[in-house]
Design a protein around this ligand. Structure first.
Ligand SMILES: C=CC1=C(C)c2cc3[nH]c(cc4nc(cc5[nH]c(cc1n2)c(C)c5CCC(=O)O)C(CCC(=O)O)=C4C)c(C)c3C=C
Ligand SMILES: [Fe+2]
Ligand SMILES: [Fe+2]
Length: 332
């Protein structure tokens, strides 16, 4: 087997839970034209005059509440996950030279430094896995842009491939299903399973982003695997930013409506997030949980992300296998 590099990509996260570090992260992330498609001049005014000065201190306080082991949960769990998969590679292919790296679209370690390191370590083939099960131009394509940008500056481009999405991969659905069943056996089963996905602006979908379709396919496959009928689960979208319409139904409003209309117990899973982060721990397990209880609910039970679990490691291993074994890589 040729010396191979595998780069797992996540979104990025601040270096520290303080206003300066959050501002730096938000500035880089929200300046990406893939993320925000509002006309440039208008957006730069909003970003520099409103979002960066006012949002950074508030979001920094939220990060402070979830900071763990001197880092952010997103970095902590992503790194542990990649280390776990790396061990699986050495166990399964003891004679092969396979190097793995975690890279972030925004902040450290950047995609270009990860590629650089792997090429310097002698990798002849590179495989990229953005840790977003559902494709969206706002996330997956943003990572893809950076990969292509690196290679656009490169004279001798290595053989490379990427995984576009894995929203309906049987091992992904099985891993989600196993976490839900485990949660049911530990805590009992709530009246409803709420599947909350990160939202995007509705306009992006109208213009051709397949993200909503991917979320629906994931949710339907998970419900089918769990044997749920249509009254026992619901799909919602969270983390809206700004005044434009985003994908609906919104998670926060749905949680309040459910509680107001008499739902007493809720199980909540966030399948679009590979690992725990601000949007799951603070926005869902913190804020949405409070909304549910304040409006009459009795129990809001958050189901953790796949994180660094054995199932998640096995899933990533199986996603890499065709590339490692130099089979015809024919991803969507
Ligand atoms: C226009 C804004 C945003 C779009 C579009 C968007 C899409 C999107 N994001 C994720 C995954 C994550 N987002 C996270 C944080 C986060 N997202 C936005 C904005 C948009 N996201 C902001 C401003 C932030 C920072 C926090 C805040 O200010 O509220 C994170 C967590 C990062 C962490 O450090 O914990 C993740 C993960 C997906 C999957 C997605 C589209 C499909
Ligand atoms: Fe986001
Ligand atoms: Fe949020």
């Amino acid at each position: 087997m040729k010396t191979t590099g595998i780069i797992f990509i996540n979104l990025g996260t601040p270096q520290a839970p303080n206003s300066g570090a959050v501002r730096k992260f938000l500035r880089e992330f929200l300046s990406d034209r893939r993320v925000v498609e509002v006309p440039r001049v208008i957006w730069m005014l909003i970003l520099y005059l409103i979002i960066l000065p006012f949002r950074s201190p508030r979001v920094a306080r939220n990060y402070k509440q979830i900071w763990m082991n001197d880092t952010s949960p997103l970095r902590y769990f992503s790194q542990r996950l990649v280390d776990g998969v790396s061990l699986k590679f050495s166990d399964s292919y003891p004679d092969a030279k396979i190097h793995t790296r975690l890279a972030m679209t925004y902040g450290d370690v950047s995609i270009s430094s990860a590629i650089n390191e792997l090429l310097e370590s002698g990798c002849e083939r590179l495989f990229f896995i953005p840790l977003y099960p559902q494709y969206s131009a706002t996330t997956t394509a943003a990572a893809h842009d950076q990969i292509c940008h690196y290679f656009s500056q490169c004279r001798d481009i290595p053989e490379w491939a990427w995984l576009k999405s894995y929203y309906d991969h049987p091992s992904y659905i099985a891993a989600l299903s196993k976490t839900v069943r485990q949660h049911w056996s530990d805590n009992g089963r709530a009246e409803l399973l709420l599947m909350s996905f990160h939202g995007i602006p509705k306009r992006n979908v109208d213009l051709g982003d397949p993200y909503q379709l991917h979320c629906q396919k994931t949710a339907e496959a998970l419900a089918l695997d769990l044997g749920l009928n249509e009254k026992q689960w619901m799909l919602t979208y969270q983390s809206r930013l700004g005044k434009a319409e985003w994908l609906q139904p919104y998670t926060d409003k749905s949680v309040i409506n459910l509680a107001t209309n008499g739902t007493k117990t809720l199980d909540v899973i966030c399948p679009a997030f590979a690992v725990e982060c601000l949007e799951t721990l603070e926005e869902i397990d913190g804020e949405a949980n409070e909304f549910f209880i304040e409006n009459g609910g009795n129990a809001f039970r958050y189901i953790p992300c796949l994180n660094d679990s054995e199932e998640h490691q096995n899933l990533l291993f199986s996603l890499c296998k065709p590339f490692l074994e130099e089979k015809n890589v024919n991803f969507r």
